[in-house]
Design a binder for this molecule. Structure first.
Ligand SMILES: Cc1cc2nc3c(=O)[nH]c(=O)nc-3n(C[C@H](O)[C@H](O)[C@H](O)COP(=O)(O)OP(=O)(O)OC[C@H]3O[C@@H](n4cnc5c(N)ncnc54)[C@H](O)[C@@H]3O)c2cc1C
Length: 470
């Protein structure tokens, strides 16, 4: 007796996310039709027809699952039977504590596994508009370089403000690394906005000589150059800070570094010459972004220069600033917790287009979207990962954890993000080692102990989730 197969799930885009989603779905007994345009049409960054091509670095970053957030995500993906991690592990090249891969071997291994899977068909074609309605269960995972006609259709369906073609990212700092003996909480003019308290920003003051040193460092700092095809425009209102600094010594202190309406709580009688403001970035309150500090400075230069800011001398950055070509949607507004477009049931997004960043993160969101889509097709409930797991922390950033809009400007503020410990809930107090050999842990040692507790909890909770979710 033959059992009838469920009808297929369509996936648009066979990159890191689409390949992982296809694997997860097919391994649950549901057929997949994977539509990939390369073979007929290239993107500006891809070079081959292989699925899951790595467009730049060959590194999946740290493989340390004990104290590194992306290492925890690797471990969770391995537990969840990830194709991307299997192919990476089999094609590993030496890279110290990082997981780096032979890029061709890696993509060829993914392509081989997908092509030989009896439930997956790969169709080489460009999907040039929103998927047709008769595709009742579909995942769009077309990545940062989504073909223009599809991108335009997504924009038309979701609203002009809902799709970005560039990211203009300001650095994000772990709140517990900001020196509050120097910085203070205050909103400009103590204004209490919707949901605010009048103390919503962290403020870092500068005197004139500190400001001068900072401006000179900005202008001298190493900058990255755009690739020819990126055509990244400089929009008014989101100019890189180093470009603003070049326009005149005073430009920044009349812009994002203006000191007006702020009184230094540690030194109320002395007016700061300039102030750097940081605004809460996630609902957990563990991350703060540097307001108006989008930049093209190289990463090394950013850490050196931003640590010149009083209060940020020991800052740890959850992500550094950047300006790239990148297609991504305003997920916290548009998607539900199972990555489904609220306005069109059955249509999910996955990968970098949802506002995660990086190979591993994109693949892991593909893994979740695949599992959710398969459950839906099989008439089962979609089982979300616990928020304490790396999967859950990343999904939370995309679908809910982020502060949605900027009260001052009213603009959307969702920006792409790598996995990092700031996205996880704080560890339970009793779970963190506080003393070693009778000595209390301080500074970096305390931070590492906290991260270890978060990592251990994530893996435990992920295991428990997978035992139930399968
Ligand atoms: C220039 C550049 C450099 C990068 N460097 C790094 C790096 O060093 N490290 C890192 O971790 N991340 C890097 N990234 C981010 C990286 O692209 C993503 O992390 C990852 O590839 C995203 O996976 P994805 O599956 O979402 O998209 P992709 O891997 O890009 O896959 C999307 C797929 O969809 C296909 N597609 C697009 N439109 C259509 C359509 N209309 N119809 C059919 N198919 C379509 C594309 O051909 C592609 O195969 C870089 C991105 C860019 C643009």
């Amino acid at each position: 007796m033959t059992t009838e197969l469920p009808s297929p799930i369509h996936i648009v885009g066979g990159g890191l996310a689409g390949s992982e989603a296809a694997w997860q779905i097919a391994n649950r007994g549901v057929p997949v039709i994977l539509h990939e345009m390369r073979g007929l049409r290239m993107t500006d960054a891809h070079k081959t027809d292989d699925l899951a091509e790595l467009v730049c670095s060959n590194s999946f970053r740290s493989d340390d699952s004990v104290s590194n957030a992306v290492g925890v995500l690797h471990a969770e993906m391995r537990l969840a039977g990830s194709l991307i991690m299997q192919a990476a592990d089999r094609n590993q090249v030496p890279a110290g504590g990082a997981l780096a891969v032979d890029r061709e071997g890696f993509s060829q291994a993914v392509t081989h596994e997908i092509l030989q899977h009896p439930l997956i068909s790969v169709v080489r074609e460009e999907i040039s508009g929103l998927p047709p309605q008769e595709w009742d269960n579909v995942i769009v995972s077309t990545g940062p370089l989504t073909a223009p006609s599809l991108a335009e259709s997504i924009r038309a369906a979701t609203g002009a403000d809902s799709l970005s073609f560039f990211d203009a990212i300001a650095p994000i700092v772990h709140r517990d690394t900001i020196n509050m003996d120097v910085a203070w909480y205050q909103s400009r003019y103590d204004k209490v906005g919707p949901g605010g308290t009048g103390k919503d920003y962290i403020n870092c003051p500068m005197d004139r000589s500190q400001y001068e040193i900072f401006i000179n460092a900005l202008m001298a700092g190493d900058k990255t150059v755009f690739k020819d095809w990126e055509h990244v425009p400089y929009f008014d209102g989101c100019l890189p800070i180093e470009v603003m600094a070049e326009r005149g010594f005073e430009t920044l202190r009349h812009g994002p570094m203006k000191p007006m309406g702020l009184t230094n709580a540690h030194n109320p009688t002395v007016k700061a010459y300039a102030v750097v403001q940081l605004r809460q970035d996630n609902a957990l309150g563990t991350l703060y972004n540097m307001v108006g500090f989008q930049t093209k400075l190289k990463y090394g230069a950013q850490t050196d220069i931003f640590r010149l800011i009083p209060g940020l001398e020991n800052a740890e950055f959850a992500r550094l600033g950047g300006l790239h070509r990148n297609t991504y949607i305003n997920s916290p507004v548009l998607l539900d917790p199972s990555l489904t477009l609220k306005s069109r049931p059955g249509l999910r997004f996955a990968g970098q287009i949802t506002g995660c960043e990086g190979y591993v993160e994109s693949a892991s969101i593909g893994l979740l979207a695949g599992r959710f889509a398969a459950a839906e097709r099989l008439g089962k409930p979609t089982s979300p990962p616990p928020p304490t797991s790396a999967f859950g922390a990343l999904l939370g950033h995309i679908t809910g954890g982020h502060i949605v809009s900027d009260e001052e400007s009213g603009k959307r503020s969702f920006q792409p993000m790598n996995i990092n410990f700031g996205l996880f809930p704080e560890p339970e107090p009793g779970s963190v080692v506080t003393t070693v050999d009778g000595k209390r842990l301080k500074g970096k040692d305390k931070t590492v102990a906290k991260r270890r507790a978060i990592a251990a909890r994530a893996l435990n909770d992920c295991r428990a989730w997978l035992e139930v979710a399968g």
